[in-house]
Design a protein around this ligand. Structure first.
Ligand SMILES: *[C@@H]1O[C@H](CO)[C@@H](O)[C@H](O)[C@H]1NC(C)=O
Ligand SMILES: *[C@@H]1O[C@H](CO)[C@@H](O)[C@H](O)[C@H]1NC(C)=O
Ligand SMILES: *[C@@H]1O[C@H](CO)[C@@H](O)[C@H](O)[C@H]1NC(C)=O
Length: 117
């Protein structure tokens, strides 16, 4: 019986870890929202697509230190992308996030970036 409970807990943790929404860093109450945008890419049949999201965007500059990055999966049915912070992030003025979609599924993600004031 105890083993079953432990296995269930393990699965619950795995499900949370697999959640398509990601957070890096911690937002402080004094932080300012420097970016609030939605990224959408349509599905391509039989293909898992990889996209990069960069802060600052091309041809823009950012001199504020990032404190937190939130990626919110808008599908909310666990078919969102797998997200990896590949460069920069909290403590830096730039960041690059890789989003890898699941096969045959697009993505619809809200990105929120906070910076130290
Ligand atoms: C958050 O902000 C407070 C001031 O409101 C500051 O004292 C604290 O050090 C900050 N925490 C972090 C982790 O930057
Ligand atoms: C993305 O998700 C939001 C929230 O569910 C929805 O309102 C919006 O229409 C979606 N965008 C696209 C392009 O499907
Ligand atoms: C999850 O929701 C999205 C958007 O509504 C949809 O494109 C996708 O097929 C859904 N996935 C599943 C497994 O239902």
């Amino acid at each position: 019986m105890k083993v079953i409970v432990q296995v269930c807990v393990l699965f619950a943790i795995a499900a949370v870890a697999y959640s398509a929404s990601s957070t890096w860093g911690v937002r402080n109450s004094t932080d300012v929202l420097i970016l609030n945008t939605r990224v959408f890419h349509p599905a391509v049949r039989n293909i898992a697509q990889t996209f990069y999201f960069d802060i600052p965007a091309s041809y823009q500059s950012n001199n504020k230190v990032i404190s937190a990055i939130y990626l919110d999966d808008q599908f909310q049915n666990s078919t969102g992308p797998v997200n990896t912070l590949v460069a920069g992030g909290p403590g830096w003025t730039y960041a690059s996030v890789q989003m890898r979609t699941q096969t045959s599924i697009g993505l619809n993600v809200t990105v929120l970036v906070y910076a130290r004031n």
